[in-house]
Design a protein. Structure first.
Length: 245
């Protein structure tokens, strides 16, 4: 999987080439960042030989491009504003990167305290005679490994866990964690909402697009209700949003 920096560079490069009037097939065959060069040439070949759209070519590479990216590119192709869409996607991943950096920096101090405690507490237990040295070492190793094992499990099975009915709703209601999840998904929704409007997408379609940017299924369903309210009651976004606090 290409790095976030490479993905930002990929979309910035495509935006620049689109603005310069370079044909899309030729743009995909230019020197693109690591991780995208070979797939881009594959996409260019599909566009040229199969006559498919760029969105359809991206769908054929699900491990590289998310559904959100494919939908945004489809908007660019439909509105003729591919340069704006690519620039917006680059800004989107810059936003994702900044959020990720803030989360990591915010967790550094608690993780440091936890790791120090995982070493000090078993050591103190040996001094008081509560446990043997071997048991204290085993306990320290388990405590030190626990957060990284949980992180790995979440990376591998996070989507599967969230798909279990009720899990996402419980996470949203948890103290501290629920607030963080809510704020992150709100940020994702409104960032994607802004991107859709700037790309020339209709209001209802923009709400649907922004909804798919949310990670938590419970919050995603709440935002999806906005579009349903707008369609059924014929109201604008603000009225629909205020009706569902």
């Amino acid at each position: 999987m290409p790095s976030l920096k490479a993905r930002i560079q990929f979309y910035n490069t495509l935006a620049t080439l689109e603005e310069a009037g370079v044909p899309r097939i030729r743009a995909l065959q230019t020197a693109l960042p690591y991780g995208f060069a070979a797939p881009a040439k594959q996409m260019a070949h599909a566009l040229q030989v199969e006559g498919i759209t760029m969105r359809e070519a991206m769908v054929q590479l699900p491990r590289l491009f998310s559904g959100f990216e494919c939908n945004m590119v489809a908007v660019g192709e439909a509105t003729g504003r591919m340069d704006t869409v690519c620039r917006s996607l680059a800004m989107w991943y810059e936003f994702v990167g900044s959020v990720r950096s803030k989360i990591i920096s915010g967790l550094l101090y608690p993780l440091l305290v936890y790791h120090l405690a995982a070493i000090i507490v078993p050591f103190i237990s040996t001094l008081t005679g509560d446990v043997t040295s071997e048991a204290a070492i085993r306990r320290a190793i388990i405590w030190l490994a626990a957060p990284w094992v949980l992180l790995l499990a979440w990376r591998l099975f996070g989507r599967t866990i969230l798909a279990i009915p009720g899990v996402s709703a419980v996470l949203v209601q948890m103290p501290l964690i629920g607030g963080v999840i809510y704020r992150l998904d709100c940020a994702r929704f409104f960032q994607a909402y802004s991107m859709g409007l700037n790309s020339g997408l209709g209001l209802l379609e923009t709400v649907d697009l922004a909804t798919n940017a949310c990670k938590n299924p419970t919050l995603r369903n709440r935002f999806r209700q906005l579009g349903k309210t707008m369609r059924s009651e014929g109201v604008g976004f603000t009225a629909a949003f205020l009706s569902r606090p």
